[in-house]
Design a binder for this molecule. Structure first.
Ligand SMILES: O=C(O)CCC(=O)C(=O)O
Ligand SMILES: [Fe+2]
Length: 359
């Protein structure tokens, strides 16, 4: 099925597609309406992404939670770097990553965002490990609401997919994502700094598929681009008020026996002068879930997470040596991507090491 382009926008000196995305109603999903479940299954099989419409009585609270999270993020990111680095990156799914911890979206750049992650397992502990500048009881409540709300949305989607595919009992996808089992599920809060792709050393977010089973993303700002299966170029995802952007990640692709599409995406500077904020919840499978990965290997969910995270953090040289099946979860691109190299004046970028704290 050909992917539809809803319109084009001018970006980087040319007209670029804005990809049309299906919308799934959270309300219809809760009632498991058969037509909605069929549409949901088709979205995951054909494209690997969709909007989740939260403009209804059950969904609006999650949009409100996102607004609260945004305020908390401003407070966190506007604190001095020493305060943020004091928390550091405790484990790959918990902690702070400063700007430039990973490769950027263009050759010879490092990334243009800082990120703080609070994991679902951590927020449930008696004294969770949380940065001290977002740790009062109001902050903890905001983080708990965001994590539980995103968990509820993503579980409703998993449940709809299981029913839509006729899976029962232990074969249902929810059964690989039980709430009381250890997992790397986490809430990632991101702040992208203004950047000019031609001159700046820190630009965007590298091309990848997500490690997760499902990603629930909130953002009000442009910048996210996807590369739908079979298309020849990246195009924008239009942010829409009252909706979350959902994409399938590698784990659900593997759990579906590689029938669902894991979404190839990246983040580019849209308005070069803008600070951009996004919140992604990564619902991940229980650590010891077994999958067959894109190379036919038997791996646990945790192993896939750890290997792919190491590839995310690897230097450009080391990353070039890892198979593309790791960064792209076995998804194929039809034609090579010219933006990454063509838009760059040759610059020398000092390699920056991520601030990973030993604990
Ligand atoms: O910031 C965004 O819009 C997407 C971020 C993303 O792709 C990720 O964190 O995996
Ligand atoms: Fe992503």
């Amino acid at each position: 099925m050909a992917t539809k382009v809803s319109r084009t926008v001018e970006w980087n000196g040319k007209e670029v597609p804005v990809y049309a995305m299906q919308t799934i109603s959270f309300s219809a999903l809760l009632s498991q309406e058969p037509a909605e479940l069929e549409k949901l299954v088709r979205c995951c099989q054909n494209e690997g992404y969709f909007y989740l419409d939260l403009n209804n009585i059950d969904g609006r609270r999650f949009v409100d939670d996102y607004q609260e999270t945004l305020k908390l993020m401003h407070h966190f990111f506007e604190s001095p770097l020493e305060v943020k680095n004091e928390y550091g990156l405790i484990t790959p799914h918990l902690g702070y990553e400063p700007i430039g911890s990973r490769n950027g979206v263009l050759e010879n750049t490092r990334d243009g965002y800082e990120m703080v992650k609070v994991s679902r397992d951590e927020i449930q502990r008696d004294s969770p490990h949380i940065p001290r500048n977002i740790k009062n009881s109001t902050d903890l409540k905001i983080l708990e609401n965001a994590i539980s709300g995103n968990n509820i949305m993503s579980k409703a989607i998993l449940s709809g997919l299981s029913t839509g595919l006729g899976l029962s009992g232990a074969r249902r996808f929810e059964n690989l994502h039980r709430n009381d089992r250890p997992s790397t599920s986490t809430l990632a809060m991101m702040h992208y700094i203004p950047s000019d792709p031609v001159h700046d050393a820190n630009v965007g977010h590298q091309k990848h598929t997500d490690i997760s089973s499902l990603t629930v993303l909130f953002t009000e700002q442009w910048g996210l681009q996807i590369r739908p299966p079979g298309t020849k170029e990246f195009g924008f995802v239009e942010p829409k008020a009252g909706t979350a952007i959902i994409n399938v990640g590698d784990s659900l692709r593997f759990a579906s026996e590689h029938v669902f599409q894991s979404c190839i995406h990246r983040v580019v500077p849209f308005d070069y002068s803008e600070h951009r904020y996004s919140v992604a919840y990564f619902l991940r499978a229980e650590d010891d879930t077994m999958f067959v990965d894109s190379e036919g290997r038997n791996v646990t969910s945790r192993q896939w997470h750890d290997e792919k995270f190491a590839a995310f953090l690897a230097s450009p040289m080391d990353q070039a040596k890892t198979p593309s099946s790791l960064l792209l979860g076995g998804m194929k691109e039809d034609e090579s991507d010219v933006y990454a190299a063509a838009n760059r004046k040759p610059v020398v970028v000092e390699e920056m090491k991520p601030a990973v704290k030993a604990h």
